[in-house]
Design a protein. Sequence first.
Length: 311
Amino acid sequence: MGSIRARLTAGFAAALMGTMILFVLALLIARKNDALTQLDDRVTQELDRTIEIIDKEWLRAPGSPIVTLSDETARPRYTPLDSAAFAANVKLKFLLELAPEYILIADPAGRLLYRSQKVRSLVRQDSERQVRGTVVSDSARMENVAKSMGPDTGVVLQLSHEQIFLRVRRLPSNGRVDRVWIGLSAEDARFAPTSLIAVMLIVAPMLLALSLSGAYFIAGRAFQPVDAIIDQVEAITDGRSLHRRLAVSESADELSRLSATLNAMIERLETSFGALRRFTADASHELKTPLTVIRADVERSMSPSSTASEK
């Protein structure tokens, strides 16, 4: 078993590693939530901008209320009286096509009036997959999820090639547009923790090494008074050294209390040894006279000149 200093350093290392792991996990969760919050804010801003364009360029434009935005899957029918609405429709689609996001627009009946360029690219990719025999349909999945979303809600949607964050906004009843969906790639929010983990894997060993070195040094400094106490106690090897005492520091810490307790114990031992020496001396003095008399009698009886009665 190693020294207390080594065990304390090992325990500190384990506690530090656990704390660092918990800190990294908490930081990852906070970073992920923050990234999702920022992504939600960006989607909300794009949603507000898109709705403002729709309201300004189309909903307020004069013309027939039955005009629908044209895309590659739904062609509108215009009458000669719809020229103003037609112009507004063309301008609006031009502005929407400039947006790089996933955009869906539906009427009150739930029919999709518009699919942005990125959504239409999903339709083309799905057609190519069907030709190759692949069943995955990103466009159908997106439209099904979009139609099942409640008003003013957001959801993370996993497509075959990327993850997106989709948010819906319900417009006031106007007879033309009911809901607008905006989707942005969530890859930044998804992979942001990876860079953080990479940084922690580089920094953590250095922090751990520095912390362990500091802990080992601090533990050594803390145990210097203990080593001094051990040396002083080892110097008191027999009863002749019981007059010595341990040095007691002025600080009222545990080591000072230990030194005071050991001094009290040594004092009691010194008292006991002193009493034992006095008892031995007294007993020796008391036994000295009778033993001298007995010895003299024995020597006299063994002398050749002794009488028969003395023998």
